[in-house]
Design a protein around this ligand. Structure first.
Ligand code: SF4
Length: 357
């Protein structure tokens, strides 16, 4: 039996009934899934666009009981710069995605069941075990990441429900292809949300499997619902690096909130997209300028392979005092005093900023 068929059966065996909040029963035993913006209508025996949620005898099943990636990462690697600076985040990922980005840097786990070459094996684990890993290692944050967490939100909530009473903060690292229903469902357990905004051109967004407007609506709603949100744009030469497109992204974000951190990060050739060169530093500098000119208070450059530069630090928006000095994923100095500038006392917007790192 081919490895991909074996994997499909293995994953089907490791599922749970999807949360009722994310399911609508329809005629003829069809089900409507609300876990992501695709809102798939799934017939008997079929799966959704993500391939990992499926209709089993009229019941929507969702992935559960395993991880395909599990690490303790610096929270700066997510990247979340205004939440628990300098702390670790227990990071887990499952398999599958609702997008099929040609430049995906996690395609072996994200493109499972879509691309025969993408075969990553699950490791079986319980929510109790994951939470005890976080508590015994004194890790203050657990994050669902590596693949798209919306499509596996039900099991993430099982983990986060156990984590919260231990004072652990939970987060999603997501493409933002959400629905209002899934955001309502996760909100009691999730406080941190990183969104990829991959461009501002709907046609190109559709080539990745998404819809631009859905992601824009998600970002607005996340902010309204008071998640702590940071946004990343992987700047890909020839794909989304025109001045006009970067301006449209920055103006949109500044219109939602000037305090939304925007990370402009460097592309490296991967998966199907091997033609463009890595993003030149001058392109990121241009994106940084565009972001600040649009009115964003916190624009960061990232993915520069350890090259130290000033645009990975956080400065006070009022007096320009250095607040958090970083080098790559390390916090070298955290000068915040109770989450505020030590010089002028202006608070830094964010979450968990008063906790010592
Ligand atoms: S998570 Fe998204 S892609 Fe998967 S079945 Fe649900 S609506 Fe479809």
């Amino acid at each position: 039996m081919p490895a991909s068929t074996q994997l499909k059966e293995l994953l089907a065996d490791n599922t749970m009934p999807a949360a009722p909040e994310l399911t609508i029963m329809e005629k003829n035993q069809r089900v409507r899934c609300l876990a992501c913006g695709h809102r798939c209508r799934i017939g008997l025996g079929k799966s959704g666009v993500c391939r990992v949620r499926f209709n089993d005898n009229g019941q929507l099943r969702a992935p559960a009981g395993y991880v395909a990636g599990l690490n303790v990462d610096p929270i700066e690697k997510k990247p979340l710069y205004h939440a628990f600076p300098g702390c670790d985040a227990l990071s887990f990922g499952m398999l599958g995605c609702d997008y099929h980005c040609s430049f995906c840097q996690n395609w072996i786990s994200s493109q499972t069941l879509r691309d025969k070459r993408a075969v990553a094996m699950p490791n079986f684990v319980t929510p109790e075990k994951l939470v005890s890993l976080a508590t015994t290692n004194n890790v203050p944050v657990i994050v669902s990441t590596y693949n798209e967490p919306l499509i596996t939100a039900d099991w993430a909530v099982e983990i986060f429900k156990l984590a919260k009473p231990h004072g652990i903060t939970c987060g999603f690292v997501s493409n933002g292809n959400a629905t209002p229903e899934v955001l309502e469902y996760i909100r009691p357990y999730v406080d941190l949300y990183k969104v990829d905004l991959k461009g501002f051109d709907d046609k190109r967004y559709r080539s990745l499997g998404g819809v631009l407007q859905t992601v824009l609506d998600t970002i607005r709603l996340l902010v309204q619902m008071e998640f702590w949100v940071e946004v990343v744009t992987l700047v890909v030469p020839g794909f989304n690096d025109s001045t006009q497109e970067l301006q449209r992204i920055a103006e949109f974000l500044a219109g939602v909130s000037p305090d939304l951190p925007w990370h402009v990060t460097a592309f490296h050739p991967d998966y199907h997209m091997t033609d463009p060169s890595p993003t030149p530093i001058n392109t990121l500098l241009r994106a940084h300028d565009i972001g600040t000119q649009a009115g964003l208070n916190y624009v960061y450059m990232g993915n520069l392979a350890g090259r130290k530069h000033a645009f990975e630090d956080t400065r006070c928006v009022k007096c320009d005092e250095l607040l958090i000095e970083r080098h790559g994923f390390s916090v070298e100095k955290n000068r915040l005093r109770d989450g505020r500038c030590p010089k002028c006392n202006t608070p830094l917007p964010g979450f968990g900023l008063t906790r010592p790192s």
